[in-house]
Design a protein around this ligand. Structure first.
Ligand code: SF4
Length: 390
């Protein structure tokens, strides 16, 4: 297929891996410990496991899976708010498919739907607005989530609703922003990252310039990357080329999609409709300053948080969940105590097992891991611990 096959060419992938191996030998730090490169975006995590990219890379490179899957970082309390909205008698609650399976503290949206709530899957906020137009006697709420990638479509929908004077449509806004998140990761003492693969879709909107502080202030290289196997391998090679040459810069591997200046009409709509929240709560990462947006006062009548009373509670993850540690890259998905047993894609305990972009789901579905061996080791460790206690 044109524009896909050429980015999955095995011979070119092998050549890139050879070039990566050559660069690894030139980077002094690789002699002491593995280089840690974070792929920020969940789309990259998915591709990395799907195409076995981690296995192709030399052992001296460790890929750390970042928090760029918006469904995965949604805190449980916000899911509970969605359920409360969906259970409102006159509401049609609309959402993207992934979000329906994310567990809340009482139930998921899927379970609420099974119990009678009117929850409907949509492909875009404009679909939700059409539902509002078609059902003037009902209230339609759209569950808006995602980074800057999906923010413009929500903004344009609100502008359209305003222009058409539609008053039975509102948005439960959970949009988050990438730059404060990367900054929080860089400030985390638990991580020693050497470079980044920058998110492709977000950058399509914001461009590559907003990442300059990463190379300027934190002295780490970042390469905005595409999602096909050759994109990712070439981006790894570009990060290594910088490290081997003693440089740290922002480079754009995904130039066929990402304009360095971003998408001006999309950014204009976003700034017109949204303003930064003082802080936003992230699953596993806690509260991050200015990392989420809400609707400006001029659009308050489309804001579900102001239109309805919501529980708005801070709910801790179940004790057995280690989503936070996986999100921060502190442990690998299969090192979570419940990976593959209590938590599977069919019965997710944590949100990282729900979305196809979640690190746990990606490893479970595509990871070259021996689950039987992991479970055997886990049982052996548990029985050793109980013997020591006895
Ligand atoms: S296995 Fe489940 S509970 Fe554990 S980190 Fe992954 S999603 Fe969270």
């Amino acid at each position: 297929m044109k524009f896909v096959d050429e980015f999955r060419d095995p011979a070119k992938a092998r050549a890139l891996v050879k070039n990566i191996e050559t660069l690894v030998a030139q980077i002094p730090i690789c002699k002491k410990r593995p280089l840690q490169l974070m792929e920020v975006c969940g789309g990259h995590t998915h591709s990395i496991f799907k195409y076995g990219i981690e296995q192709m890379l030399p052992d001296a490179i460790e890929l750390v899976h970042g928090p760029g899957c918006p469904v995965c970082v949604l805190p449980m309390g916000r899911v509970d708010d969605c359920v409360a909205l969906a259970e409102h008698p006159n509401v049609i609650f609309t959402t993207f498919g992934d979000a329906m399976r994310v567990p809340g503290s009482r139930k998921s949206l899927n379970e609420a739907k099974a119990e009678g709530a009117d929850v409907r899957m949509v492909y875009s906020p404009m679909d939700a607005l059409k539902l509002a137009r078609d059902n003037p006697d009902r209230e339609v709420v759209f569950f808006a989530l995602g980074f800057e990638t999906t923010m413009p479509s929500t903004a344009f929908t609100i502008l359209r609703a305003q222009a058409e004077d539609i008053d039975n449509f509102s948005v439960f806004c959970n949009h988050i922003t990438i730059i404060p998140t990367i900054k929080a990761i860089l400030d985390s003492p638990e991580l020693t990252l050497d470079g980044f693969l920058g998110p492709g879709h977000v950058s399509m909107v914001i461009g590559s310039a907003p990442y300059e502080f990463i190379s300027g202030h934190y002295k780490k290289p970042l390469v905005v990357s595409g999602f096909e196997p050759l994109d990712i391998l070439q981006s790894v090679w570009m990060v290594l080329r910088q490290l081997a040459g003693g440089r740290c810069e922002v480079e754009n591997q995904y130039q066929r999609v990402v304009p360095d200046a971003g998408n001006n009409p999309a950014l204009t709509a976003v700034h017109r409709v949204f303003e930064l929240r003082e802080f936003f709560e992230w699953r596993g990462l806690g509260s991050i300053d200015h990392s989420g947006v809400r609707l400006r006062d001029a659009y308050a009548h489309f804001d579900a948080e102001r239109k309805y009373s919501l529980p708005n509670l801070k709910i801790a993850d179940p004790k057995s969940c280690q989503c936070g540690e996986v999100l921060k890259g502190a442990i690998k998905p299969w090192q979570c105590k419940v990976f593959g047993t209590a938590c599977t894609p069919e019965t997710p305990l944590g949100s990282l097992m729900v979305s196809t972009e979640g690190a746990c789901a990606a490893v479970y579905n595509y990871g070259r891991i021996d689950l039987a061996e992991i479970l055997k080791n886990r049982e052996a460790a548990a029985s050793q611990r109980s013997e020591q206690r006895a």
